[in-house]
Design a protein around this ligand. Structure first.
Ligand SMILES: CC(C)(COP(=O)(O)OP(=O)(O)OC[C@H]1O[C@@H](n2cnc3c(N)ncnc32)[C@H](O)[C@@H]1OP(=O)(O)O)[C@@H](O)C(=O)NCCC(=O)NCCS
Length: 198
């Protein structure tokens, strides 16, 4: 399951409240709802989309995906999660992003994927950069921790292009309790601001 960053920050009560409120608002994102369950099921059922991601509601059935959408919505109301969908021109689910937030630690992480026909088009780096900017600027967190499978070259490149520092490896826990070895990165807001000023 999603794990908070290795580095531990403590948010002030005001900061924590502001983050929770920004998560609830999820400004600029299409929050996944019951109407997206079939589209998400189709998206995730493609192993080219879901295989590299440990934190998904397997096996992919309509019930499991519907529960994942509903649970994510409950967490959003608590200011802890945003499950967002990207829709194509026909209104079909073409990708998703799931932000997990620890408001009391001013920290967040991100998981996501694009539909197979949209992969390898150079959009990954841009998508990651946009999501990172959103977490720092709109959610207002001060720290982001990210993981990727050891062989996920595309993710690693997109993450490092956004200025993240490699900080070794971690064991990521799947919802069924099994583990996966992951590469691990962190980026603090002040590092990100400097990175973008240069
Ligand atoms: C990860 C994902 C979002 C990246 O999006 P994408 O549009 O496919 O990625 P891009 O085409 O922008 O490629 C990202 C980088 O990897 C590079 N790359 C792609 N394939 C590569 C390969 N086989 N070897 C080396 N580099 C490669 C690209 O050149 C690009 O680097 P650049 O920006 O420096 O040119 C997308 O592939 C995806 O949804 N994958 C399945 C789910 C997944 O892995 N999610 C992330 C879990 S952490």
């Amino acid at each position: 399951m999603s794990a908070p960053p290795k580095t531990v920050l403590t948010a002030t009560p005001e900061e924590e409240a502001a983050i929770r409120s920004a998560v609830r608002a999820a400004e600029g994102h299409t929050v996944a709802g019951a109407e997206h369950v079939d589209g998400l099921l189709e998206l995730l059922s493609d192993p080219r989309v879901s295989d590299p991601i440990y934190d998904l509601p397997r096996p992919f059935t309509r019930d499991n995906v519907a529960r994942w959408v509903a649970d994510s919505e409950t967490l959003r109301q608590e200011g802890r999660c945003v499950l967002a969908v990207n829709l194509d021109e026909d209104g079909k689910v073409a990708g998703y992003s799931r932000y997990t937030v620890w408001p009391e630690r001013s920290s967040a992480e991100l998981a996501g994927a694009r539909r197979a026909d949209l992969q390898n088009t150079g959009g990954g780096r841009m998508g990651v950069a946009r999501s990172i900017a959103w977490m720092f600027e709109v959610l207002g967190v001060r720290l982001i921790g990210l993981t990727a499978a050891l062989d996920n070259v595309r993710s690693a490149k997109s993450i490092e292009a956004a200025g993240f520092r490699r900080m070794g490896e971690v064991e990521s826990m799947r919802p069924d309790g099994t583990t996966r070895r992951s590469l691990y990165w962190e980026l603090a807001r002040e590092e990100w601001v400097k990175f973008h000023r240069l």
